[in-house]
Design a binder for this molecule. Structure first.
Ligand code: FE2
Ligand code: FE2
Length: 302
């Protein structure tokens, strides 16, 4: 059976933003965008939903009071209770509060891991969620020894069980074209990249943070990076993984035409092209080589 899921990223809800802050974000329209997201996702009847982090506007950038942070947790968790499929989140650098940079309330509200956890999300597909920020840390997060050991252990178990892994984290693993090697990329990325090379069950990774779409094959794993939902191109991914390892990505823009037009006016066409990505960064059919070989092995055994 194919597995169908939705990927959301950087929804950046602010209950009462005084301004939109830097493009492509439309923070002043947070409640409207949050309300439109739930029925748009439910209409696709996904098996599960992934959120790559930055649900909120905490951290150092958005002048969020403690009261607004508490309100954000309440508003977003209430809205997400309306999803008809389970939603699996990781924390982004803006999901801590804005005073102490603590993730405690966020982790409790959205059931995110302290370090790393692994769960079955579909037959033969396991999700590895990682928390890459330590107390008081914002910015790009770090791939730590504990995360590395946890991913290697999950890979070992998945090999024994014939499963494939999806890795969900907030930051990019490989830098963008024209970017410096560290821009928006997780700290110790070279360690994670080496580990991914040695963990053959990790078929795909899912990230946000850059607010730009990208689908890229690195070695034999595919990185799916997703733009922000709070601004241009104002949407999310529907994804289907077939049993033979083909992954289909379909981009859905929220049905808010006047907001979409407004979001497009916030930045230059060149920058908007960067946020939206190439056509193939949104709508594409790619082979996940590691999922294809796991499927081959399963068919040989049966
Ligand atoms: Fe973000
Ligand atoms: Fe971020």
């Amino acid at each position: 059976m194919p597995v169908r899921f939705v990927v959301l990223a950087d929804t950046h809800y602010h209950p009462s933003a005084p301004r939109d802050f830097a493009p492509p974000k439309l923070l002043t329209r947070g409640p409207e965008i949050l309300a439109a997201t739930i029925p748009a996702v439910n209409a696709l009847k996904p098996d599960f939903i992934l959120h790559a982090g930055d649900l909120l506007c905490g951290g150092s950038s958005f002048e969020l009071s403690q009261e607004q942070y508490a309100q954000s947790l309440q508003d977003v968790s209430r809205a997400y209770a309306g999803f008809t499929a389970p939603v699996h989140c990781v924390a982004g650098n803006h999901d801590c509060d804005a005073q102490q940079y603590r993730y405690t309330d966020f982790a409790r509200t959205f059931d995110t891991p302290d370090v790393l956890d692994v769960m079955d999300v579909a037959p033969g597909v396991r999700l590895v969620r990682v928390h890459i920020y330590s107390h008081g840390e914002a910015g790009d997060g770090t791939w730590t020894d504990a995360l590395d050991a946890g991913l290697r252990a999950a890979d070992s178990r998945a090999r024994d069980d014939g499963a494939v892994l999806f890795l969900l984290l907030h930051n990019w693993i490989h830098p963008g074209v024209g970017d410096s090697p560290t821009k928006g990329v997780i700290g110790n990325a070279h360690v994670l990249q080496a580990t991914l090379a040695e963990c053959p069950t990790v078929a795909a990774t899912f990230s946000g943070h850059h607010h730009a779409n990208r689908i890229r094959l690195f070695r034999d794993y595919v990185c799916i990076d997703t733009a922000c939902l709070i601004g241009y191109p104002l949407g999310f991914r529907e994804m289907t993984l077939a049993e033979d390892g083909w992954l289909t990505s379909t981009w859905h823009t929220l049905d808010l035409p006047s907001l979409f037009a407004l979001s497009a006016q916030l930045d230059t066409p060149e920058h908007n092209h960067h946020w939206a990505g190439e056509f193939g960064d949104r709508d594409n059919i790619v082979l996940l080589p590691r999922a294809a070989s796991a499927g081959d092995n399963k068919r040989r055994r049966s």
